[in-house]
Design a protein around this ligand. Structure first.
Ligand SMILES: Nc1ncnc2c1ncn2[C@@H]1O[C@H](COP(=O)(O)OP(=O)(O)OP(=O)(O)O)[C@@H](O)[C@H]1O
Length: 641
């Protein structure tokens, strides 16, 4: 039978199946039948009109590749290794994204034209609604590995092919990609592909696990397996855990152990899964030969052997340099806080990481000093002689942001400067790039930024060659990036790339070292020549301490500038402060009889000196009432009775 006859026969078989559900001559499985039904009923594909392969445009391909950029860089080694094994057997290798677009391809260039025609090519669309029943598309729909062998395919042009695909899932269990190996000229026998199926599944799992380990490289990973010998080489179950043994994420095999256990749903911990105590887990040594311990699964009683994978320490940039410690004296950072526990932790971390090239993410409400902290880290680092380039991602218009960040070469577009322009990222070469309001960066730009961070090079607009840049990146935001990721507004892989460590800045109202902040902000403003030297009287200080500072340190700067401009005699009193800062510090005026007695005294008399009752009456806290008492000079023992 020649090809045309075989195709005709295949079309007839599918038409018969459509008419009366007669099973195909050599059904691959029930799963193939389900897919044929979807092709006929759901996608309206016509078996008598075979479709040619669809290769998406370069631009579209780029977008699909960008959406799995970090994954592709992790997968590369595994994909190449697998291709090395199968190439001589006449197979090509395809890696598609979760929509079935081929984002990576390895094949024999000598058969380029034939492969392209068959859709075994970079950019080919193997989604089931377009290509009909096929290994990739059906794997996506059925969420399982399969071989689509010859006449299992829906489209008659594919019946010479044998294709085997396995799903690759992200750590949340969502389909991330599909690994496929296919051959143009396949042997007739279906069982010839059994080995292909096992091999593809094995590599899909290895790539999935490599991606899992990359994603959780900054966390301890508990790895276990039924085999003591294999646990460290290729342990099946992976769990990213916190200090309390809480399971933050699990790979596909690990999730299968958690499935169906009500007590190990959200917030599951290893001590619920295994019959063990927390100290048994942490007693597994990280760095010694005998690193494996046995644990019994609570539900099945099965024994698994476990090892711990240590969180990756940030890589020092200068070999042999002594380690930085959080107790080191670093004046640039030390001046930012006194005795506040959150700030102490933040600055300790900043000291330890100041000379490491890990991405830092600074979180804090607006005006808490995120840029000030970023500048201090730069000044305290060995990059201090390089430039500190700050970019407010929310403030640059979207149309300009690309040329501002990446620069352009001469004549790149109409209106460009004759000599081209160095972009901001390039200006930060050797120094620090501070990306403020990173949560507001438009998605397409996030993709390009991710590439800069991953590859350490930029491509200016109009340039044909990338330029290497070596800068430390510190990002900041007041937004909840987790929420933006959940809404598809922020790239998760970029988040992980930026967030080597998180530095938190508390709001001013929560800082225990507010007196230090107030004094040091005033001193800084005076030292910078922005204010003339003034003294802060005690009543002004207590008003500033009592206020809750919704605009944080920025608002404090403005309040001090206002007070300095209005005060007399070089001394700021509570009366010189902006009204909003003091109104909370004064008992409100009431409608009672006018006279010498203040509203506070009147209230105290009415409540017979009961401070809690006075506080309730004014709707404020008891400490506020005590502050009012101090302001009015009312001693408690002299309270009106
Ligand atoms: N420790 C400090 N000492 C003196 N001034 C400070 C300090 N921290 C912040 N400031 C001042 O407060 C203002 C706000 O600081 P900064 O711009 O760093 O805050 P931010 O958190 O980055 O704000 P946004 O979220 O709006 O970008 C600036 O004028 C800055 O100079």
């Amino acid at each position: 039978m020649n090809t045309q006859q075989a195709q005709r026969r295949h079309i007839d078989a599918i038409l018969r199946y459509a008419d009366d559900g007669s099973p195909p001559e050599s059904p691959g499985s029930e799963l193939i039948g389900r897919s044929w039904t979807r092709c006929l009923r759901d996608y309206g594909l016509d078996p008598s009109r075979p479709r040619s392969a669809r290769i998406v445009t370069q631009q579209t391909l780029r977008e699909h590749q960008d959406s799995v950029d970090e994954f592709l860089s992790v997968a590369r080694a595994g994909v190449e290794q697998l291709y090395g094994m199968i190439a001589r057997l006449g197979y090509v290798l395809l890696l598609t994204d979760h929509r079935g677009i081929t984002v990576q391809y390895l094949g024999d260039q000598r058969s380029d034209r034939r492969l392209r025609k068959a859709g075994l090519y970079l950019g080919a669309d193997w989604s089931e609604p377009y290509a009909g029943t096929c290994a990739v598309g059906t794997c996506i729909q059925e969420n399982q590995a399969l071989t689509c062998h010859r006449i299992d395919h829906f489209d008659a042009t594919h019946i010479g092919l044998t294709c085997t695909s396995a799903p690759i899932r992200d750590p949340s269990g969502k389909l991330l990609a599909v690994l496929d190996i296919s051959a143009l000229d396949s042997p007739q026998a279906r069982h010839s592909q059994t080995f292909a199926l096992h091999l593809t599944q094995l590599y899909a799992r290895m790539i999935e696990d490599a991606y899992f380990l990359r994603r959780y490289r900054n966390q301890t990973v508990f790895r276990c397996d039924a085999s003591r010998e294999f646990v460290q080489v290729n342990g099946q179950y992976l769990f990213a855990i916190d200090d309390e043994g809480g399971i933050g994420a699990a790979n596909t095999a690990g999730r299968s152990l958690l499935d169906g256990r009500p007590e190990t749903g959200d917030g599951a911990s290893l001590t619920q899964l295994f019959d063990c105590r927390l100290r048994d887990i942490w007693s597994i040594p990280y760095d010694q030969d005998d690193q494996v311990r046995a644990f019994r699964l609570r539900q099945s009683g099965e024994t698994l052997f476990a090892a711990l994978i240590q969180p990756r320490a940030p890589v020092p940039t200068t070999a042999g340099k002594p380690r930085e410690h959080s107790e080191d004296v670093v004046p640039e950072l030390d001046r930012l806080a006194a005795d506040d526990p959150v700030m102490r932790r933040t600055l300790g971390l900043a000291k330890r990481l100041r000379n490491r090239d890990v991405g830092l993410l600074i979180l804090g409400e607006t005006g808490t000093g995120k840029e000030v902290l970023a500048r201090a880290i730069h000044a305290a680092s060995h990059r201090s002689r390089g430039a500190f380039v700050a970019i407010n991602c929310a403030a640059i218009p979207e149309s300009l942001i690309e040329s501002e960040l990446f620069g352009y070469v001469a004549g790149a577009f109409t209106g460009a400067r004759a000599r081209g322009m160095r972009g901001l990222i390039q200006q930060a070469d050797g120094g620090t790039l501070f990306l403020d309001e990173i949560g507001d960066m438009p998605l397409p730009l996030q993709t390009r930024l991710l590439r800069v961070l991953a590859e350490g090079e930029i491509l200016p607009i109009g340039a044909d060659r990338p330029v290497r840049v070596n800068c430390r990146v510190i990002a900041a935001t007041h937004q909840d990036l987790g929420e933006r990721i959940a809404h598809g507004q922020f790239r998760e892989d970029l988040y992980y790339r930026l967030n080597g460590a998180t530095l938190r800045l508390p709001p001013l109202r929560r800082r225990a070292d507010r007196p230090h902040v107030i004094r040091s902000v005033l001193d800084t403003l005076v030292a910078q020549g922005r204010l003339s030297a003034v003294r802060l009287r005690a009543d002004a200080m207590s008003a500033l301490l009592a206020y809750d500072w919704p605009g944080n340190i920025r608002q404090l700067v403005n309040a001090l500038a206002f007070a300095e401009a209005t005060c007399e005699g070089g001394e700021i009193t509570a009366n010189d402060l902006p009204e909003e800062c003091v109104s909370g510090c004064l008992p409100p005026a009431d409608d009672g009889p006018a006279g010498d007695e203040s509203p506070l005294r009147r209230a105290l008399r009415a409540e017979q000196g009961n401070i809690s009752a006075v506080a309730r009456r004014f709707g404020v806290s008891r400490p506020t009432v005590y502050r009012w008492l101090a302001r009015e000079g009312i001693a408690l023992r002299r309270l009106p009775g």
